[in-house]
Design a protein around this ligand. Structure first.
Ligand code: ATP
Length: 690
């Protein structure tokens, strides 16, 4: 069995199950093995009812003393039982499980496991799992993996499937040479993968995870170094000079550039006129004003008679950029002849745009990844501005070079990372930092609240809309059926929440929703309507996380804030406070656990992305192996650039040493590594060749 074997080859995975796995992006055996547990459940010994903690999972050994009530609410059957032990009693609530009346014997002792919620002085355990003492004993003091789920696919089913794969999979011979293995204290790949799914104990889990994180960083950094080598040899085939256009544009802008923006603009100008091809990253916190620098670079390119391309991560953002730039062009008489190229356009429209690009009629091309597809022939592409997620790999560079283009590259990133890490992670780029916010900004006012605060929040939202402002509300889920979250607080979803808000807010307030699974044309329409102010309140998933710029929006309310990483929440918050109006952020936590609230309080203390990322790291500590994933531009599956910074450094040193000794990986001891890395590169969007 190999990585590419389809999961349908597994026993018990038919067409129906395969579809469920596809929802989790698992198609092959390799995908399944790399679907690491979200976290691990530990089954502690049962405790006395009186001592059981509230609002977290616990097990009690108790006897069924009677049925308290049984009722129906629509399609829902609700059964309340009373159980007790010598220390006290507890209510158990079961949904749609009427058969328990018969299977649980009055006076019989069972172990009930679940989260006990406070109801006045009493405790209620909702939908607990029921075990016999013998079955429970088998689980205690073990780490049981918990996978991300989708409705219809249970945790147990995934465990079973992973076990089956582990018994059949051929891991082959270890690909690292002995020096790398020993120096970095790495356990073999097979042991690591087996252990991360089914750890014997916590120490073994830490070792396993470390090996996997090392692998992930190592391949990334190796391929990036190759990218750098490639880029360093490129000379400037589109030398430029500054013209009156950019100077005039800056004079007309209603605001002066900040000192930091000025410094970066100078660096870009120098690059574009230097003997080497530009390869620069602009790093700056959300809302620090990166876009204007991209516009300036594109303007200089157009003024020198070349074409520039602006590549956005989503269609919604591409359209936003297109509109902003078209507006600028009209208002300030810029020499841009912009076109938009996105996947949702009809083939006829696309064909027309291809023609304008090939003839040079268009000098600014704005779009998504579609911009660098086969069909697009540029007349004179001299600059590509892109986001960090889609930074160019060697393959894309070669692809463009093959068509006679070696454009300058400008990458934009809002990932807050300290300089030491940036140097490692963006090793193939020169780094410019915008470390200052525009002066006219009022700091965002934040609050971290529980769900009981909602009525007040809705009143506040209505007030802001009354003043002409707009509002975002973020929910973690699209519809109510994605994840079966045993024992976790309810997760809000955009579809139901939008309906709830329509009912809760005064009539006349326009509420709409947005999520990633909508048709691109619908998404674009909703965003356009929001930008045009015909929608007042936009309920959305995190699709609006990056880049959206609607300065009139002043409230960001995040539901289930506990489900997001702090860096991600900071990005979301960055959608407001982008104009002159006072802005507000309401983080609603579905869990009122002390550590959750403390973590969220960090956002209350600071609006500085770097500070937040470092505090988050401190709070989570190295023990929190599977903490909430950091958002940001690095799509590592498991490695976390903050909490795994030391592994990142080790992987970086290991790559340097290897490249010094055997730059082309020609020595026999590195032959397997060479194969492994080419396979990894083939899977990666960023880097396609070695
Ligand atoms: N120097 C400045 N003074 C005042 N306003 C500015 C300045 N620079 C940019 N802005 C405005 O600030 C807002 C945010 O800028 P921009 O969209 O460039 O931020 P960004 O850094 O790209 O943010 P994000 O990372 O969220 O995409 C825009 O409305 C822009 O016009």
């Amino acid at each position: 069995m190999k990585k590419s074997t389809l999961i349908t080859e597994l026993k018990g995975v038919g067409e129906k199950t395969q579809k469920l796995y596809a929802k989790l992006n698992i198609k092959t055996v390799g995908d399944l093995l790399a679907d690491y547990p979200r976290d691990y459940e530990t089954f502690a010994e049962p405790v006395k009812i009186a001592q059981a903690p509230r609002e977290e999972a616990a097990a009690v050994y108790a006897a069924v003393t009677g049925i308290l009530s049984e009722k129906r609410a629509g399609k829902l059957h609700i059964l309340n039982l009373n159980v007790s032990d010598a220390s006290g009693s507890l209510t158990l609530t079961f949904y749609n499980m009427p058969f328990l009346k018969k299977t649980l014997k009055r006076g019989g002792f069972y172990i009930f496991r679940g989260v006990i919620h406070r109801r006045g002085n009493a405790g209620v355990m909702e939908q607990p799992k029921i075990y016999s003492p013998e079955d429970y004993r088998k689980l205690t003091n073990r780490l049981i993996p918990r996978y991300s789920l989708t409705k219809g696919l249970t945790n147990q089913a995934i465990q079973k499937c992973v076990k089956q794969v582990l018994s059949l999979y051929d891991f082959g011979t270890e690909y690292y040479n002995q020096t790398i293995l020993k120096k970095n204290n790495l356990i073999p790949e097979r042991e690591a993968v087996e252990t991360i799914h089914f750890p014997d104990d916590y120490d073994a889990l830490i070792r396993a995870r470390r090996r996997i994180v090392f692998d992930e960083f190592f391949s990334f950094l190796f391929l990036m170094r190759k990218n750098r080598e490639f880029c360093e040899q490129l000379s400037n085939s589109h030398p430029m000079m500054e013209t009156a256009d950019t100077v005039r544009f800056l004079e007309q802008l209603p605001f002066p550039l900040t000192k930091a923006q000025e410094k970066v603009w100078k660096e870009i100008k120098e690059d574009l006129s230097s003997p080497c091809c530009m390869n620069r990253l602009i790093q700056g916190d959300v809302g620090s004003g990166k876009t204007i620098l991209a516009v300036l670079a594109l303007l200089m390119t157009a003024a020198n008679g070349y074409q520039g391309a602006l590549m956005a991560p989503t269609e919604v953002l591409a359209i936003q950029h297109y509109e902003t730039i078209t507006e600028y062009a009209g208002k300030y008489g810029l020499i841009f002849r912009p076109v938009l190229l996105v996947g949702s356009m009809s083939s006829k429209e696309k064909k027309q745009v291809y023609g304008q690009i090939a003839s040079g009629e268009a000098n600014l091309i704005i779009g998504t990844h579609a911009l660098i597809q086969e069909k697009v022939q540029y007349a004179s592409l001299a600059l590509v501005v892109t986001d960090e997620q889609h930074r160019f790999g060697v393959r894309q560079r070669e692809h463009l070079a093959g068509k006679g283009n070696t454009p300058h590259i400008l990458v934009m990133s809002a990932t807050p990372i300290p300089r030491t890490l940036a140097i490692i992670l963006y090793g193939d780029l020169h780094i410019s930092v915008i470390d200052e916010m525009p002066a006219d900004r009022l700091p965002i006012k934040n609050c971290v609240v529980g769900t009981a605060y909602r009525p007040k929040a809705y009143k506040f939202i209505a007030g802001e809309v009354e003043k002409g402002r707009q509002v975002y509300v973020i929910c973690p889920q699209i519809a109510g059926d994605e994840e079966d979250t045993e024992g976790s607080p309810v997760l809000e979803n955009v579809v139901d929440y939008a309906e709830k808000l329509r009912n809760a807010l005064p009539p006349g307030i326009q509420v709409a929703f947005l999520h990633g699974k909508m048709r691109p044309a619908d998404k674009n329409r909703i965003m356009e309507e929001f930008a045009a102010r015909s929608i007042d309140v936009l309920v959305s998933t995190t699709v609006i996380e990056v880049g959206i710029n609607v300065p009139n929006a002043t409230v960001m309310m995040v539901e289930n804030a506990e489900r997001f990483g702090l860096a991600q929440l900071h990005q979301l918050r960055g959608r407001v406070g982008r104009g002159k109006h006072q802005s507000y952020c309401i983080f609603v936590s579905g869990s009122e656990k002390k550590d959750t609230m403390e973590r969220l309080e960090i956002l209350n203390k600071s609006n500085d992305g770097f500070f937040i990322a470092s505090q988050d790291l401190k709070l989570r500590g190295p023990g929190d192996l599977f903490g909430i994933r950091q958002s940001g531009e690095f799509s590592f599956r498991i490695g976390d650039i903050y909490s795994d910074a030391s592994v990142l450094k080790q992987a970086s040193d290991a790559v340097d040493e290897l490249l010094q000794e055997d730059p082309e990986l020609r020595q026999p001891e590195n032959a397997l590594l060479r194969v492994h890395l080419s396979e990894t590169a083939a899977d990666s969007v960023d880097f396609r060749t070695l």
